[in-house]
Design a protein around this ligand. Sequence first.
Ligand code: HEM
Ligand code: NAG
Ligand code: NAG
Ligand code: NAG
Ligand code: NAG
Ligand code: NAG
Length: 250
Amino acid sequence: MKFFTIIIALWVATLGYAHPHLHWTPPGPGDVRGPCPMLNSLANHAYLPHDGKNIDVAITKKALLDALNIDEDLGQFLFDNAITTNPVPNATAYSLADLSRHNILEHDASFSRQDAHSGPQDVFDAKTFAETQSYWHGPVINVTMAAQARQARIRTSNATNPEYSLSPLGVGFSLGEAAAYLIILGDRENHTARKNVVEYLFENERLPTKLGWQRPEPLVTFVELQNVMGKLYNETDLDIRTLARRGMHG
Ligand code: HEM
Ligand SMILES: *[C@@H]1O[C@H](CO)[C@@H](O)[C@H](O)[C@H]1NC(C)=O
Ligand SMILES: *[C@@H]1O[C@H](CO)[C@@H](O)[C@H](O)[C@H]1NC(C)=O
Ligand SMILES: *[C@@H]1O[C@H](CO)[C@@H](O)[C@H](O)[C@H]1NC(C)=O
Ligand SMILES: *[C@@H]1O[C@H](CO)[C@@H](O)[C@H](O)[C@H]1NC(C)=O
Ligand SMILES: *[C@@H]1O[C@H](CO)[C@@H](O)[C@H](O)[C@H]1NC(C)=O
């Protein structure tokens, strides 16, 4: 009986008392993925459909809430943007592959993907990511490092890609993506994230539970996201703040 109790206790401990996450399996034949390392991870864990297809508003909100404690308003906002990438008129769902369509949400100067001009804009690219990583000094990424990594990617793309473009929406998404990894994967009091946790998500497209990461608590809101986006913007050089859309329609 005592032994049995210990086994149960160990089992509960390995599940993670606070929030057990769904089982992870890599994408298989017929499954689609896109440019977002987090949505790809959520599909791999089957919070989103494992095939990456037919993602409607209810599925989006439930996945973001269950896996990441993202509130309904932010979930709705993200869905409203995602649905614009489905070319079918009046569509009510999108696929992760739709998200890869260039210059809707997908943009140049990503942290871990090539520009559409040079290679696939949806799959992880270690060389591109290495430039981002080179600004993450030490074991903890702070707002300054995240902002400098982002602006370095923008400078490099602007200098090397004759078709470089970053629309105002692209600028917003890019700031939002940097804020998102700091908030969702990090310490929300200090706006920092452990580098190994962030790298693990990008490199494995898997929630970094084995590194001690846990579902954020309390709810993640748009207000918090915008606050961290503002801090990143404030740590960005003036020329980069205004560097949008060279190449966008000429
Ligand atoms: C429905 C919700 C979401 C949608 C529609 C979405 C969409 C996208 C898209 C289209 C990109 C590609 C941008 C590019 O070209 O670089 C992207 C990138 C990214 N997303 Fe998401 N995303 C969502 C949720 C999240 C969440 C919750 C996180 C939390 C960490 C996240 C983190 C990121 C990061 C870090 C990138 C940058 C990848 C890179 O630059 O290499 N996303 N997302
Ligand atoms: C899409 O919705 C609009 C407005 O409800 C409607 O006028 C239009 O016919 C719809 N288009 C298609 C292809 O269903
Ligand atoms: C981030 O860390 C660097 C290096 O330790 C430091 O110079 C910088 O001021 C920090 N930024 C913030 C916002 O704390
Ligand atoms: C972007 O590229 C253009 C053209 O090569 C150059 O004139 C401009 O200085 C660049 N801007 C930044 C901020 O790097
Ligand atoms: C924020 O940083 C301070 C000082 O390093 C630390 O004591 C505190 O625990 C950090 N907050 C969180 C939520 O980890
Ligand atoms: C950014 O800087 C401005 C001007 O110094 C300041 O008013 C604002 O509060 C800062 N934003 C954030 C989110 O810290």
